[in-house]
Design a protein around this ligand. Structure first.
Ligand SMILES: CC(=O)[C@@H](O)[C@H](O)COP(=O)(O)O
Ligand SMILES: NCC(=O)COP(=O)(O)O
Length: 237
């Protein structure tokens, strides 16, 4: 089974646009779970432009599915994860100014640093996933960090899907086989949507989890959140 984790960053973007509490991110997270989401993902960024650190603390008290916190493992992120102890922390190499995540880790040059961070997170009982590009050279070094999973950065897949989906998915299938052989769990995310999701799942049936935010929230404007979550779930059957 491939789990769907709904990323609620964009709900917080909408909330922040008016400075009050509408929509309420905790309520949306609980409703998303009720509607079939099997996890809640947040990516608090240092400028708190969408998810705030306080949101993470509030969500941690009530989320009953898999809580996944993404981010660059700076001091504040690590303190928060140690405090909250989510089911999973996804380490992303974004600089503080990044508009959105646009690259995976160079697990060769950052191997030592990642190894220390992974060990620290494991001490808190948190499963770790490392955001990674679909390039073969990064997978053995990723394994050596001690990470439990990798999250395949799917923006290149998504942007090439409509041109040639077989070519778009090929590097992902290749690295997924390597990750599987190394005993790494495989997550995927970024720009996945109702068009490209099913083919990714068919191509990598043993995907453990996808985290989806931007497109899912956009689709919810048309179909409603409950229908939309069900539509995404069906793509993963
Ligand atoms: C780690 C990742 O893939 C991102 O997609 C991220 O969580 C989205 O972040 P934004 O919502 O800030 O664009
Ligand atoms: N890890 C990817 C994620 O959480 C959501 O990415 P996107 O669907 O907002 O592009």
């Amino acid at each position: 089974m491939t789990k769907l984790s709904v990323n609620i960053n964009k709900i917080a973007t909408l909330r922040n646009a008016r400075g009050a509490d509408n929509p309420n991110v905790v309520k949306v997270a609980l409703d998303a779970e009720r509607f079939g989401s099997q996890g809640i993902t947040v990516h608090p960024r240092p400028d708190e432009r969408h998810i705030r650190y306080q949101d993470v603390l509030d969500l941690a008290k009530v989320v009953t599915t898999e809580f996944n916190i993404e981010g660059y493992p700076d001091k504040r992120f690590m303190e928060m994860v140690r405090l909250v102890k989510p089911a999973q922390a996804t380490l992303v190499p974004d600089p503080p100014t990044a508009i959105t995540s646009n690259n995976g880790w160079d697990t060769i040059s950052n191997q030592g640093m990642l190894k220390d961070i992974v060990a620290e997170l494991h001490e808190s009982g948190v499963r770790v996933s490392i955001f990674i590009n679909p390039e073969v050279k990064y997978f053995e070094p990723a394994k050596l960090t001690g990470t439990d999973r990798v999250e395949l950065y799917t923006e290149p897949y998504a942007s090439n899907y409509h041109k040639d989906r077989d070519a778009a998915v090929k590097p992902y299938v290749e690295v997924a086989e390597i990750a599987k052989a190394l005993g790494l769990g495989i997550n995927a995310g970024h720009d996945l949507d109702l068009h490209n999701l099913a083919f990714l799942k068919q191509s990598i049936p043993y995907l453990a989890e996808v985290s989806i935010g931007h497109a899912l929230v956009c689709d919810a404007l048309y179909y409603g959140l409950e229908n939309t979550i069900q539509m995404y779930r069906r793509k993963l059957e």
